[in-house]
Unconditional design. Structure first.
Lengths: 362, 334
C-alpha cells in the first residue's frame, strides 16, 4: 500500500471515528438540531429571525416542563398518557377559583355552579389570594392524579399504559363535565403574565421552565432518589432485592409527572388566558415524541433532563420549520410521526453500537 | 469544552429572543394573507374557505393556509408562525370566541391586521375586522314562520332546540332568536322548549337528540342551530317514523340556520319548513374588502364589525328567494 493509500485509509478511518463519536455522543440531538437548521436556513432564512426564535422558545417552555415530567415516568419503564387530562382538569379548577366573572348562560349548568362558581366569579374572585390558591390547587390536582396513577402501577401492578389511558379518558371527561365544555375566561392579569409576561427582559415561562429543569436534573443526577429511579427502570426486581423501595420510587415518578403536567397546564392556560376543558388534547404526540427524539428510552433506565431539553427544542423547531414551509397540517403530522419513528429506531441502533464499542459492557 | 460549546449554542439561540422587541420581518413583495381556520367540518365552513381563498387568489394575492385541527393552542402557534413570515394580514376562523380574543391580541401586538370570519370574538377587547351574521334576527325570522305554521295546526306544539356550542356567540345569538319567538307566543307551546346540546359536534348531537326523543316523544317542532345537523336529525327521526314531509300527520316542523346545500335540498323536497340564511359569499367579500382596504391604508390594527342581515327562506317564499340562498346556488351547480 502506498503512502497516499495509507493516508486516505487513515482519513476515512478518522471520519468514521468522528461519525461514531457524534452518533454516540449524548449531545447528538443538539448537533442534529443545529445541522437541521443550517440545512434549512437557505430555504427559510426567517428561521433565525429574533421574532421567530422568540416564538419558538415561547412554544418550548410549556412543552419542556411537561416532557420533563414524562421523562421521570419513562425512566421507570412506564408511560404517562394522562398528562393531557391533568392539564385540562387543572386548567378548569384553576380557572374556577380565579375567574372574576362567569356567564350564567354558559356555566349555570355546571355542577360547580353555586358551590365554587357564580355570576360574580370563582371562589377567590378579585382577591389577592386568587392567584396563589389557584396555582396551588392546579398543582395539587396534578400531584393527586399522579399519585393515583403511581399507586395503580406500583402497588396494584397494573400496566402503566392501561392505567394512564383510563385516567386520561376519565379526567378529561370530568373536565368537560365540570365545565359543560365551556371555556372559563376573565382570569387575573397576574395569571396571564405567567404565560405571556416578562421579568425584566426574561420571559416568566422561561424562568419557571429553567427552575423545573434544573431541579429535575439535580434530582436525577445528584440524589439517592435519582439513582434509585434509574435502578428501578433498568431492573425493578434486582433493584427491589437490593433494597430499593421501588413502589415509592414509581409512585413519586408519576406524582412528579402529574405535577409537571399541571405546571405545563398553567403556562398553556395563562397564554390562552382561559381555562379550557380540552387543553392539551392533541399534545400527547408532542410530549412523548420529544422524549423519544431526545433519546429517553421507552424500555426504561435511560434518560437525562438535558436529553429531554434537546428533544423538545428539536421537536419545536421541527414543527416551526414545517409551518414556515407552509406544508399542509396532515403533511406536518406525517413528518412528525416519521421523525419520532426514526428517533426510536436510531435509539436502538445507538444502544447496539454503544454496546459493541464498549466491549459488551453496559 | 463540550459544556462550553453547548452553553454557547443555547445562549446564541436564547439571546435574540430575550432582547427582541417583537415584530416580523417582511421579505416578499406583493400582498400575502394567512388564512388560519379551525377545521372545515361543515358545508358552511367549506363554502367560506373556498370563497375566501378563491377571491384572494383571483386578485393575485398569495394565501398561506393553516388548519388548526380544532386545537385553539395550535391555532395560536400557527398565527405566530405566519406573523414571522411577514404576512400583510391574517384571517381566522377561530375555534371559539374566547380564543379569537387571544389570537387577535397577538396580531394587535405584532401590528398585523386580523379579520375574524363568521365566529366573532367573545368580547371587543382586541381590535379586529369581524364579519358576523345577525344570528338573532335570522333565527327569529325562521322561527316566526314556524310559529305561524304551528298556529294553523289548531293545537299546542312541543318545541325543541338543538343548541350549538354556547362558547360561540353564533350559537348564543341563534338560541336568543329562537326564544324571542317562543316568548312572543306563550300560549302556542305545551311548555318550555327542550334544549338539546350539540357542542357543534355530530356525535354529541346524535346522542342527545336520541335521548331527547326518548324522553319527549311528543316533540313536534325542532329548530337546529346549524344545518349541518340535518343528517343526524334524519337518522334519529326516520326510525321513529317522524321523518315525514310537510302535510303528513307525523311531520315534525323543522327549521335550521346556515342555508347550506343539504338544507336547500330538504326544503325543496318538503321535509324542512324554513331556513335562516347567512350569506357566506357576501360575508367573505365584506371581510376581504375591509381587510384589503386596511392593508392599502397601512392600518395595523383595524377595528370594525360588519354584519350580514341574512333572511329566512321559507316554504312560502321559495319561489322568489330560492337562489338567494348559497346552498341552493351550489345545489344548482352555480
Amino acid at each position: 500500500m502506498s503512502k497516499v493509500d495509507q493516508l486516505n485509509t487513515g482519513r476515512v478511518g478518522n471520519v468514521k471515528i468522528l461519525g461514531r463519536k457524534i452518533l454516540l455522543s449524548e449531545f447528538f440531538v443538539l448537533y442534529l438540531t443545529v445541522f437541521y437548521l443550517l440545512v434549512l436556513f437557505p430555504f427559510i432564512p426567517r428561521v433565525f429571525s429574533p421574532y421567530n426564535i422568540k416564538n419558538v422558545l415561547s412554544n418550548t417552555w410549556p412543552l419542556l416542563v411537561i416532557a420533563i415530567g414524562q421523562t421521570f415516568v419513562l425512566i421507570t419503564a412506564g408511560i404517562d398518557l394522562s398528562q393531557t387530562s391533568v392539564m385540562a382538569l387543572s386548567s378548569i379548577f384553576g380557572a374556577v377559583i380565579m375567574t372574576s366573572e362567569a356567564d350564567p348562560a354558559l356555566l349555570s349548568k355546571s355542577p360547580l355552579w353555586g358551590i365554587m362558581l357564580s355570576d360574580k366569579g370563582g371562589l377567590f374572585a378579585g382577591t389577592s389570594a386568587a392567584l396563589p390558591v389557584g396555582l396551588l390547587v392546579m398543582m395539587a390536582i396534578g400531584i393527586m392524579i399522579g399519585l393515583i396513577n403511581g399507586f395503580s402501577v406500583a402497588k396494584l401492578r397494573m400496566p402503566p399504559f392501561i392505567v394512564t389511558l383510563v385516567s386520561q379518558m376519565f379526567f378529561a371527561a370530568v373536565a368537560i363535565w365540570l365545565s359543560k365544555s365551556e371555556n372559563i375566561r376573565h382570569l387575573p392579569e397576574s395569571f396571564s403574565r405567567l404565560g405571556r409576561g416578562n421579568f425584566g427582559p426574561i420571559p416568566i415561562a422561561l424562568i419557571i421552565a429553567v427552575i423545573i429543569a434544573v431541579s429535575a436534573h439535580l434530582l436525577m443526577s445528584r440524589t439517592l432518589y435519582g439513582r434509585r429511579l434509574y435502578a428501578t427502570g433498568i431492573n425493578p426486581r434486582a433493584a427491589r432485592i437490593s433494597g430499593v423501595p421501588t413502589t415509592k420510587i414509581i409512585i413519586a415518578a408519576y406524582a412528579l409527572s402529574g405535577f409537571c403536567a399541571a405546571v405545563g397546564g398553567i403556562l398553556y392556560s395563562a397564554r390562552l388566558e382561559q381555562g379550557r376543558p380540552t387543553l392539551g388534547n392533541t399534545l400527547l404526540l408532542d410530549i412523548i415524541g420529544a422524549n423519544v427524539i431526545g433519546g429517553i428510552s421507552l424500555a426504561g433506565g435511560k434518560g437525562k433532563v438535558l436529553w429531554t431539553v434537546f428533544g423538545v427544542v428539536f421537536f419545536i423547531f421541527l414543527s416551526n420549520t414545517l409551518n414556515l414551509l407552509n406544508l399542509k397540517f396532515f403533511v406536518i403530522d406525517i413528518v412528525k410521526g416519521l421523525v419520532i419513528l426514526l428517533a426510536a429506531i436510531l435509539d436502538v441502533v445507538r444502544s447496539q453500537l454503544a454496546l459493541r464499542y464498549s466491549g459488551g459492557k453496559v | 469544552m463540550k459544556k462550553i460549546l453547548i452553553f454557547a449554542i443555547v445562549a446564541a439561540l436564547i439571546a435574540p429572543a430575550v432582547f427582541a422587541n417583537g415584530g416580523s420581518d417582511k421579505a416578499d413583495d406583493g400582498i400575502t394573507i394567512a388564512f388560519c381556520f379551525q377545521d372545515l367540518e361543515t358545508e358552511f365552513w367549506v363554502a367560506g374557505h373556498s370563497a375566501i381563498t378563491n377571491t384572494l387568489e383571483a386578485q393575485g394575492i398569495k394565501v398561506i393556509e393553516k388548519n388548526a385541527n380544532e386545537d385553539a393552542n395550535r391555532q395560536l402557534e400557527q398565527v405566530k408562525d405566519v406573523i414571522v413570515q411577514g404576512v400583510d394580514g391574517v384571517i381566522i376562523i377561530p375555534q371559539d370566541g374566547e380564543s379569537a380574543v387571544t389570537i387577535a391580541k397577538e396580531c394587535n401586538s405584532a401590528g398585523v391586521p386580523i379579520g375574524v370570519f363568521n365566529r366573532p370574538p367573545a368580547d371587543k377587547s382586541a381590535d379586529a375586522l369581524v364579519v358576523v351574521a345577525n344570528n338573532e334576527a335570522i333565527a327569529e325570522q325562521a322561527v316566526e314562520y314556524i310559529a305561524q305554521e304551528a298556529m294553523k295546526l289548531g293545537r299546542k306544539v312541543t318545541p325543541a332546540i338543538m343548541v350549538g356550542d354556547l362558547g360561540d356567540p353564533n350559537a348564543v345569538g341563534r338560541r336568543k332568536g329562537f326564544y324571542n319567538v317562543i316568548d312572543k307566543y306563550p300560549d302556542l307551546w305545551t311548555g318550555a322548549p327542550i334544549e338539546i346540546p350539540t357542542k357543534w359536534d355530530s356525535n354529541t348531537a346524535l346522542a342527545n337528540l336520541q335521548s331527547a326523543m326518548q324522553a319527549n316523544p311528543d316533540i313536534d317542532f325542532l329548530f337546529t342551530s346549524s344545518d349541518f345537523l340535518y343528517p343526524v336529525i334524519k337518522s334519529v327521526l326516520a326510525p321513529l317514523g317522524k321523518w315525514q314531509k310537510i302535510g303528513d300527520d307525523s311531520h315534525i316542523l323543522l327549521a335550521g340556520l346556515d342555508g347550506d346545500k343539504t338544507a336547500c335540498s330538504l326544503q325543496k323536497d318538503g321535509y324542512v319548513d324554513a331556513t335562516g340564511v347567512q350569506d357566506v359569499y357576501a360575508e367573505a367579500q365584506m371581510l376581504l374588502d375591509a381587510m384589503l382596504a386596511a392593508i392599502e391604508k397601512g392600518e395595523k390594527t383595524p377595528n370594525e364589525w360588519l354584519y350580514d342581515d341574512g333572511f329566512a327562506l321559507t316554504q312560502a317564499n321559495m319561489g322568489e328567494r330560492e337562489m338567494d340562498m348559497w346552498g341552493c346556488k351550489i345545489l344548482a351547480g352555480e
